[in-house]
Design a binder for this molecule. Structure first.
Ligand SMILES: [Zn+2]
Ligand SMILES: [Zn+2]
Length: 157
């Protein structure tokens, strides 16, 4: 039973990630017209890259939590979601998806409000404040609060 649920979780997660295939997660979040994929460094919608990198750098995990600290994708059973973690960015199939999507969500007042309604313990009023909850113990059913936010958004796409 538990195994079945985990496999379902992984399939579900993979499906949500695949919704960002060929597009920039941050542009999608902001509703920008540019749909072609580009790295976050080349994102025309990202006006303050320094602030983004500053926020991303502060995303933290307990050790051995099963999430890639580069792209924030969980490895999943039998590496279903992510290759074995070697610390090499080339192994991250979805390198610029989860963090840019969540950052975009926080920067969008209407989405941020809906996310706070869904996750009442989260204060997403600024990227810096959001880290308190994002880096906190994950809510039930999720491996991190960052992925909880990501999945919540992607499920509505
Ligand atoms: Zn973009
Ligand atoms: Zn990775």
């Amino acid at each position: 039973m538990l195994i079945t649920l985990k496999v379902l979780y992984e399939h579900h997660f993979a499906l949500q990630l695949s919704k960002f295939d060929g597009k920039c997660a941050y542009c999608s979040l902001l509703g920008a017209e540019t749909t072609s994929w580009h790295t976050i460094k080349r994102c025309p919608a990202m006006t303050d890259l320094g602030a983004y990198f500053n926020w991303r750098k502060r995303l933290q995990y307990e050790t051995e939590c099963g999430i890639c600290y580069i792209c924030h994708v969980p490895q999943g059973r039998d590496s279903m979601l992510h290759k074995r973690f070697n610390g090499k960015p080339e192994d991250c199939a979805y390198r610029d998806v989860i963090a840019p999507a969540v950052y975009g969500l926080i920067c969008q007042p209407s989405l941020r409000q809906k996310a706070e309604d869904r996750f009442p313990a989260a204060d997403l009023s600024t990227p810096a404040k959001s880290l308190d909850w994002i880096n906190d113990k994950p809510i039930r059913g999720y491996q991190s609060n960052l992925t909880a936010l990501f999945l919540w958004y992607a499920e509505q796409m």
